[in-house]
Design a binder for this molecule. Structure first.
Ligand SMILES: [Zn+2]
Ligand SMILES: [Zn+2]
Length: 604
């Protein structure tokens, strides 16, 4: 992707002391759009970036330090309009970088930040501008970047060593400003990545960021601050806790949010529940095993009353949902399908041992293969992009200075540059290299690291299911008296089900797993061999195709190198020297390169 530097037309700074979050971009300036370069004065020439005219006037004796009627210098005008060449020229002619000017007593750096000109901010810092200076409203550079929600500038200033907990004149930190003024969850989520002090209070009202967020009704900020672990007990100058403020503002939803959080935190201090939480995954697996068995047991009861069985099954389901809601935390809820899958493995093997074994041979290899590849998929790193805090700061500086701090290629959650084909997974809270999907059944991300194991897992799951269904058919023909030819389809069906409800139950579970695993395996193999795409990329292209007027081809992508080469690349297999697999480290690949001479390719 290309890096573009944005250049706006001439701007005048804020003339009013408003604490508005919105910038003044887009407002029509008081100046006409065209000026005569040969006659206009130096202020207008600076605003419009007429470098030659400015140089001419300065050479003729104009003092670059001379402020105009509004106490604004030429450097201010050059900075707010992103005239980089003029800024360099004026500084070389003796302009003072940190000159205060304008109604708000701001430096040129403050003006550049209000407008969101990252290249200008970098240039001024390079020329020695001091980002810790405060303007007439008491805001330092970081505060202004936060107020106007210019996230690349926030990232750059912090990477350059500005403290995330810098206070303004009233003792407000950037976090408090965001809680109070920002719209949407993104600015707050972004700021929290830099580990700000959550429980700092301002000088005047002694409010924490949470107090401010509640007072201004910023629901998403409250949610994020609670999740980050902000204290609920700090009292402000009037002795009010965050909950008191929520009551006062009569915001029932926020009262509920805070009370829920309080309840959760108290529970965490309870000794018994602590143990439950520690072994939560194990507990989930055990209970899922018991529930699966209990369902089969109820169906296997010798009673003929379907009413009794139905009632028991319903109460089982009710008990299960109650258990899940009371004991399983939100974090581990995503492992519920995994627990079901593992219990299915267990009861499928048990059924084989105790119902089928004398008649039909047990094939350990398939079950062992299934367990092995499940374990490998689950435990192998899918390709999380890892960086240290220092590396992240270096990244931000390097990318900004190269003009590439583009939020399409930069993950604002991980603060890393995203490699090609990587995606940020919300469940894992990380960027994953050559991301395919977050698998429901393994509870893990599928990426470059474990995609291969995942396919083999699907293959062995299909095989296990098919083998078990074969065993079921054999069992029925050996143990059930019904005959397909004599009794008709319906009679045959009811006879076999009642012949052994347990076997029917397990075989229907096996059937379910076989269906989704084989279907998904087919789709995966098709994508890998014929499209050279991941599931995520294919979904994106399908969505693009629906909304785009131009035809979007799934086959003409830079990653599709033909069926055999795609397979050789995926499995990294040369097939006895017939192919030459491309070796690409997808955790470090940032630029598109031409694997093949493809033209008219779409970006994915
Ligand atoms: Zn990420
Ligand atoms: Zn994930």
């Amino acid at each position: 992707l290309q890096c573009k530097s944005h250049c706006h037309g001439p701007h005048r700074p804020h003339m009013h002391s408003s604490r508005s979050v919105h910038g003044d971009q887009g407002l029509p300036g008081p100046y006409p759009t065209a000026e005569d370069p040969s006659t206009c004065d130096i202020v207008k020439a600076t605003q419009y970036g007429m470098v030659e005219r400015c140089k001419e006037l300065v050479e003729a004796g104009y003092d670059v330090r001379q402020p105009d009627k509004e106490n604004v210098t030429l450097l201010h005008w050059a900075a707010i309009n992103n005239r980089q060449e003029l800024v360099k020229y004026y500084i070389s002619k003796g302009a003072i970088v940190d000159q205060l000017g304008g109604d708000l007593n701001s430096t040129p750096l403050h003006w550049a930040i209000r407008q969101g000109h990252l290249p200008m901010v970098m240039l001024l810092l390079k020329c020695g501008a001091d980002p810790s200076l405060i303007d007439g409203e008491g805001f330092s550079s970081v505060h202004l970047a936060v107020l106007f929600q210019h996230m690349p500038i926030i990232a750059y200033l912090i990477a350059k060593g500005q403290n995330i907990d810098t206070t303004d004149l009233n003792g407000q930190t950037p976090l408090m400003l965001t809680a109070q003024k920002a719209t949407g969850p993104e600015p707050m989520r972004f700021l929290l990545k830099f580990n700000p002090s959550l429980n700092a209070v301002d000088n005047v009202q002694k409010n924490t960021a949470l107090h401010w967020a509640i007072a201004s009704g910023n629901t998403s900020a409250v949610d994020l601050l609670l999740e980050a672990g902000t204290s609920l007990d700090i009292k402000n100058v009037k002795g009010e806790t965050p909950l008191d403020i929520a009551y006062q503002s009569q915001n029932h939803f926020m009262v509920y949010m805070i009370q829920e959080e309080e309840r959760m935190r108290n529970r965490r201090n309870n000794g018994l529940l602590k143990i439950v939480e520690k072994y939560e995954l194990f507990l989930m697996l055990t209970s899922s095993l018991i529930f699966m068995w209990a369902i089969g047991y109820v169906m296997d009861l010798s009673s003929d009353s379907w009413l009794l069985k139905g009632g028991l099954l319903l109460s089982l389901l009710f008990g299960m949902s109650l258990f899940v809601r009371q004991l399983v935390g939100l974090k581990n809820l995503r492992y519920l399908p995994t627990a079901f899958l593992l219990s299915s493995f267990f009861w499928m093997s048990t059924t084989w041992f105790f119902w089928f074994l004398p008649d039909i041979l047990y094939t350990q290899e398939i079950m062992m293969g299934l367990l092995y590849y499940f374990y490998k998929t689950w435990s192998t790193d899918p390709g999380y992009i890892k960086t240290s805090e220092e590396e992240r700061k270096e990244n931000i500086i390097a990318l900004s200075e190269a003009g590439c701090l583009d939020f399409r290629t930069f993950c604002t959650s991980c603060l890393v540059r995203k490699p090609l084909r990587s995606v940020h997974c919300l469940a894992c809270q990380a960027c994953v290299a050559r991301y395919d999907q977050h698998s429901l059944w393994t509870g893990q991300c599928i990426g470059i690291g474990n995609h291969y194991y995942y396919l083999l897992f699907l293959f062995f799951l299909t095989m296990t299911g098919v083998w078990l269904l074969y065993g079921t058919l054999q069992y029925w023909s050996n143990h059930c008296a019904a005959s397909f030819h004599q009794d008709g389809v319906w009679m045959y069906f009811t006879q076999t089900v009642s012949c052994s409800p347990w076997v029917s139950y397990i075989s229907s579970v096996a059937c379910f797993h076989t269906l989704w695993a084989s279907g998904w395996l087919t789709v995966q193999l098709y994508q890998i061999a014929f499209l050279g795409l991941t599931s995520h990329e294919r979904m994106n292209l399908l969505v693009q195709r629906k909304s785009s007027k131009h035809p979007v081809s799934l086959r003409r992508t830079p990653y599709n190198l033909g069926c055999f080469q795609n397979l050789a690349d995926f499995f990294q297999c040369s097939c006895f020297g017939m192919f030459k697999p491309n070796i690409i480290d997808w955790t470090k690949q940032y630029k598109l390169f031409h694997l093949a001479k493809e033209k008219n390719v779409h970006s994915v």
